[in-house]
Design a protein around this ligand. Structure first.
Ligand SMILES: Nc1nc2c(c(=O)[nH]1)N[C@H]1C(S)=C(S)[C@@H](COP(=O)(O)O)O[C@H]1N2
Ligand SMILES: [Mo]
Length: 254
């Protein structure tokens, strides 16, 4: 257990982040106690420790007042994140993506509708702000821009709000960001259909931003007149979550 090293890392931390206001907060103590317990037990794998911290801290490494998260070695594998106890299972028989709000042609798309639209494939690194990164993940699906074109957004629409059929998680993008050609309504991930645990049958994939923007179990897209902060953004995290710019640590994935 690199507890000493981690502590000195925390002492050196001087970046201007929300973490500074959290120093010594109950979250910080819980993290430290959790790490002490892990060190005493000495049997937990890096992934289990990382997952435990992620549950305590949310998706932002910089929000870790101790700086400990970034020092824990983890493999290049996906974690399964959910702020809820998951979501109901949906498949081609009952899945619908519904577009509402400031649009002239509101409509829903079935899974077959989405499959019949032009598909785009991207291979990009996937980065969660807590520090784990999966290199060269393959994603395919429909460009969000194509779906937006199909519903004819009104000129008053400037932003997009996403909802999940987990009933809780939400996300947002500006309309300009949403129209980028590296933002997908993803039907495939890694080597096949998006699995249930990864947010299938349909999840959002926002390539240039941190993982928390890539909302899982996507079932609703609402065009709005201004950005409505998403689940983590209401809890203090960046609305514009560009990889690399937000925490000065990660490489731009593009
Ligand atoms: N519905 C929902 N989507 C979500 C999350 C979540 O908790 N619920 N977590 C986000 C975060 S923080 C990350 S890093 C990625 C993780 O995707 P994965 O669970 O497929 O690894 O999903 C994002 N989308
Ligand atoms: Mo994340």
């Amino acid at each position: 257990m690199k507890f000493g090293a981690a502590q000195s890392g925390a002492a050196k931390s001087d970046t201007a982040t929300p973490a500074q206001t959290d120093r010594g907060s109950p979250v910080g103590r819980r993290v430290v106690l959790g790490l002490l317990a892990a060190g005493v037990a000495g049997v937990l794998g890096g992934n289990e420790i990382q997952n435990g911290l992620a549950r305590v801290l949310g998706p932002l490494g910089n929000h870790d007042p101790t700086g400990l998260v970034g020092l824990i070695p983890v493999g290049n594998t996906f974690r399964f994140y959910s702020v809820t106890r998951g979501a109901p299972r949906r498949d081609a028989s009952n899945y619908q993506l519904t577009l509402t709000g400031l649009v002239d042609k509101p409509r829903s798309f079935t899974l077959d509708d989405l499959r019949s639209m032009p598909q785009t494939t991207l291979v990009r690194d996937f980065q969660c702000v807590t520090g784990w990164r999966v290199p060269e993940v393959r994603w395919s699906g429909v460009r969000l821009a194509d779906i937006l074109d199909a519903v004819a957004p009104r000129t008053t629409a400037t932003a997009v709000r996403f909802t999940s059929f987990d009933g809780t998680y939400t996300e947002s993008l500006t309309l300009e960001q949403a129209r980028r050609d590296d933002v997908l309504v993803a039907l495939e991930m890694i080597d096949g259909p998006v699995t249930h645990d990864h947010g299938g049958p349909v999840r959002l994939y926002v390539a240039p931003m941190y993982g928390y923007k890539s909302l899982k179990w996507l079932d609703g897209i609402e065009l709005t007149s201004e950005v409505v902060p998403g689940y983590w953004e209401e809890r203090g995290y960046w609305i514009d979550a560009w990889v690399g710019e937000s925490n000065g640590r990660d490489d731009d994935p593009t």
